[in-house]
Design a protein around this ligand. Structure first.
Ligand code: AHN
Ligand code: ZN
Length: 322
């Protein structure tokens, strides 16, 4: 009984507000809730195949898994197979996997990430690990985990009429077998390099693209990357504004700390579609995330909140595109 007065005070204050101007308006997003637990499971399932390094059985089985999931989520799935050669001379068979929603719409947006994982943990503090392949839970797995959850949400809301554009979710192959040190730039991003010349469909184009890379780690922040700012500044603005509007401003920083990074978005731009890179930076040292190209890039170091911040921002962009 002692608590009763408090219960009475609140409604009276509320009555006092009737007719007066609200101080804050609450933004109501048209997008569904991105389920980070679901995205996390998709990251874990990719890792369970083992490192998805080029020419391996784990790689090929995981490719089947990704295509199967997209089909299960109602997408029209295209496979783009191609041959390439790594910088060390190894021939590889690549598979870009493209999941399309509303395939007949002419207004389209593209969201992508690579699905292969690095064959060498050459940034590991322990030099003995430099030839060990990595799980790539964050570097590769996180982007695809988010793309799969976006696919699931697109299927759940397929009949709502709320998504006004076609959406293509592209999983690039052979991104991460490049020469470290970044000297030989063309040794990275072989799948997207191929696609920038030969599209999965003749004449394919999109309004713009968003590439995701290392979007599920701990202590992660996203800065406005320089090549994105040069080629697609309005898309950077659009994505960062979407994140801030829905409460993820902490993750999408406006500080001018973004470098210019060789990544799959460069190839999409080269192919004539303005594309940005949402790529994780470590909040402590300002470099790539701490597990980058180490054996610690595994499921234990995946952070659901980071997946949620990026995934929900992607749904916000898709569901508000007119
Ligand atoms: C370079 O290291 C040249 N680019 C980084 C691209 C990358 C690798 N993203 C993830 N792994
Ligand atoms: Zn990598």
């Amino acid at each position: 009984m002692k608590k009763l007065p408090y219960l009475l005070v609140l409604p009276m204050l509320m009555i006092g507000c009737v007719g007066s101007k609200p101080v804050e308006t609450v933004y109501v997003s048209p997008a569904p809730a991105f389920d980070e637990d679901s995205a996390y499971v998709y990251v874990a399932e990719q890792c369970q195949f083992g490192p998805r390094v080029m020419n391996s059985a784990a790689h090929d089985s995981c490719g089947e898994y990704i295509a199967r999931q997209f089909k299960r989520f109602g997408a029209t799935v295209y496979d783009q197979y191609a041959d390439a050669t790594l910088y060390d001379g190894t021939p590889v068979r690549m598979r870009n996997i493209i999941a399309s929603y509303n395939p007949d719409a002419s207004a389209r947006i593209l969201i992508s990430g690579h699905w292969d994982s690095r064959p060498w943990a050459d940034n590991d503090p322990d030099e003995e690990k430099h030839h060990t392949p990595i799980d790539g839970a964050n570097d590769g797995g996180s982007s695809v985990g988010i793309l799969l959850e976006i696919a699931r949400q697109l299927q759940l809301q397929a009949d709502s009429g709320k998504v006004k554009v076609g959406v293509d979710l592209i999983c690039w192959d052979a991104e991460d077998s490049g020469e470290s040190g970044g000297l030989k730039e063309s040794s990275w991003c072989l799948g997207s390099q191929y696609w920038s010349g030969v599209r999965h469909i003749d004449g394919y184009t999109a309004r713009y693209g968003i590439n995701l890379d290392m979007v599920g780690g701990n202590n992660t922040v996203f800065y406005r990357e320089q090549i994105s700012m040069a080629y697609a500044p309005s898309i950077v603005d659009k994505v960062w504004a979407a994140a801030h509007r829905i409460g993820y401003g902490k993750y999408f920083s406006y500080d001018d700390k973004g470098g210019g990074i060789t990544d799959d978005h460069v190839q999409v731009n080269r192919g004539g579609i303005p594309c940005i890179d949402v790529i994780g930076t470590d909040t402590q040292d300002g470099g790539f995330p701490a597990t980058w190209h180490t054996v610690n890039d595994n499921i234990k170091n995946i952070n659901r909140e980071t997946l949620k911040a990026v995934g929900q921002t992607m749904l916000e962009v898709i569901w508000t595109e007119q």
